[in-house]
Structure formats: structure tokens, C-alpha cells
Design a protein around this ligand. Structure first.
Ligand SMILES: [Fe+2]
Length: 281
């Protein structure tokens, strides 16, 4: 834990998504991401576990992020983080996650989204056949400045990069909770929504294997392979049966302490340094 910065380090541990057609989604996440589903007793929810990636799916409205959960290192860090929230007039709420130990809590962002912090009940499992640990989550918001301020000033994430349209209009913000470029990001939109989550693989070769794996399932890549500007990570993306974007990334930028936030212009090459797609007619 850093002095006066109790969030550091924290890592994205799991997400809870609501899905309308849970059978299709359970099958997708089992086959495409290698996640074994187990029902949560007494609920309409399932825990999908891999070695280094975990999701919870709830039956409900499609394509909604119910919450994101970050793991911190120990009780002392968790206590300090709770105190920071109170100091910043953020009232900690009960943790919604069954995967975090007693003492976990959650904070509600200006769009009503929940982000939980705690200590995981289970230790990470063995390596997955295709490497990809859950690494970041991205939301859309119509009030991107407020969301950025909440995560940065309220919770204690650090701003790595901002994307602007023209001199001032914020289009994206990338924030980190450890040395990796972003564990949370927010994109400008006309209404709040879940955008995507990302699995961080070990190398570029892993992305080749993931792409071959998706091809074997006839799951098309809808974007990539490419390289993002902010984060400098190699990436490809597929969609789950309800349209949620799933990213597989590699070689995300690591940040040394004291690096000033970067500023990018909102254009195609910022989103993908390798350029946009070309479709043969
Ligand atoms: Fe991403």
C-alpha cells in the first residue's frame, strides 16, 4: 500500500454482468473463454471460473454491468481505503459480491454503477489453457468528467491518459490502480452503459492462439488485431451472444511512478495505431 494512496495496488478481480438468455451466455463463456459455470445457490446467478479470470452472470436485463470488483492486498489496505472514501464523502455500501470476504464494501459512482473492493475468498486457480487474466473494465457515460473525477479523486485511481476531441472535450479517460496503464476506463456516450472487459494475455503469440481458438468456434473478431494508442496494448475483440465486447490484450503499458497523464486526440489512430479495418468489396 502506498502512503496516502490506499487503493494501490488493486487489481480487477471479477465482474457481474446481467444477461437475458443465460443458457447461450453460459455456453459462450464456457466454450470461448474456458470458464466453468457453477450456480450460486438461491439465486438466478452463476459463477464462471477459470484459473485467472472470473465472471458472475445474473439472469436479467441484457448487457448490464451489475458491478466490478477489485481485490486489494490485505485488511489494513481495505480499512485505509474505506477511510479514504469516508473522508471524500463517499458512503461505503455493502458489497454485492459473494466472492469477496467479510469486510468488503462497495461505492456507487455518479451514474449509479457499483464498484466493490475486498479480499477474495478463493486463491487464484491454475493457469488457463489460453492465458488471459481479467485485467480491465470499461464503461460509457454521458458525464465522463464526473466519472473520471469520482474514480480519480474519490476512489484514488490515477489518471494515465485522456482522449480529447478538440482542445477540451473529453472523450475517454484511462485510469490505473497499480502499475498497469488502466484497470478502469470510461468512454463518452449519450447514456451510461457497459462497454467491454479485457483479458490480459502473456504475449503476442497468445493473441494468435486466441484468434485461432475463436476461429475454431466460428466466433468472428469484430475489431483487431491492432494496437491501442493509450495503453499501447495489442488487442483483438469478439462479442458475446448479447453483444458485450470481450477484449483479449497483450503487452499493456506499465507505468512508472510520477508519469504525468498523457493527452491524445480523438481519432482513428488513437483507437488503433495500426489503422482502421479495410473490407474488400
Ligand atoms: Fe480495453
Amino acid at each position: 500500500m502506498r502512503q496516502n494512496q490506499p487503493l494501490f495496488p488493486a487489481r480487477l478481480h471479477h465482474l457481474c454482468l446481467s444477461v437475458r438468455e443465460h443458457e447461450r451466455s453460459l455456453a459462450f463463456y464456457r466454450d470461448a473463454l474456458g470458464l466453468a459455470p457453477a450456480p450460486l445457490p438461491g439465486t438466478n446467478a452463476w459463477v464462471l471460473s477459470g484459473g485467472q479470470r472470473t465472471l458472475i452472470l445474473e439472469a436479467g436485463p441484457p448487457a448490464q454491468l451489475r458491478y466490478a470488483a477489485y481485490a486489494v492486498g490485505d485488511e489494513r489496505q481495505l480499512d485505509a481505503l474505506r477511510e479514504r472514501l469516508r473522508h471524500n464523502d463517499i458512503t461505503p455500501e455493502a458489497s454485492p459480491s459473494p466472492l469477496l470476504r467479510e469486510g468488503a464494501f462497495a461505492a456507487r459512482d455518479p451514474d449509479g454503477g457499483l464498484v466493490a473492493f475486498g479480499l477474495p475468498r478463493a486463491v487464484p486457480g491454475p493457469a488457463d489453457r489460453l492465458p488471459g487474466r481479467l485485467q480491465h473494465v470499461v464503461k460509457r457515460s454521458a458525464q465522463i468528467e464526473r466519472i473520471t473525477a469520482f474514480y480519480r479523486d474519490g476512489l484514488g485511481f490515477e489518471l494515465s491518459d485522456t482522449v480529447l476531441e478538440g482542445p477540451h472535450q473529453q472523450r475517454a479517460a484511462f485510469l490505473r490502480s497499480d502499475h498497469e496503464h488502466h484497470s478502469f476506463a470510461v468512454f463518452h456516450a449519450t447514456e451510461p452503459a457497459f462497454d467491454h472487459f479485457s483479458l490480459e494475455a502473456n504475449s503476442w503469440n497468445d493473441l494468435r492462439d486466441w484468434a485461432d481458438h475463436f476461429a475454431g468456434l466460428a466466433t468472428p473478431l469484430f475489431w483487431g488485431p491492432g494496437r491501442h494508442g493509450p495503453g499501447n496494448n495489442l488487442f483483438l475483440m469478439v462479442r458475446d451472444p448479447e453483444g458485450n465486447a470481450v477484449e483479449v490484450s497483450a503487452e499493456i503499458e506499465t507505468i512508472t511512478d510520477g508519469r504525468a497523464p498523457g493527452v491524445w486526440q480523438h481519432n482513428e489512430r488513437t483507437l488503433n495505431l495500426w489503422g482502421g479495418s479495410w473490407i474488400r468489396s
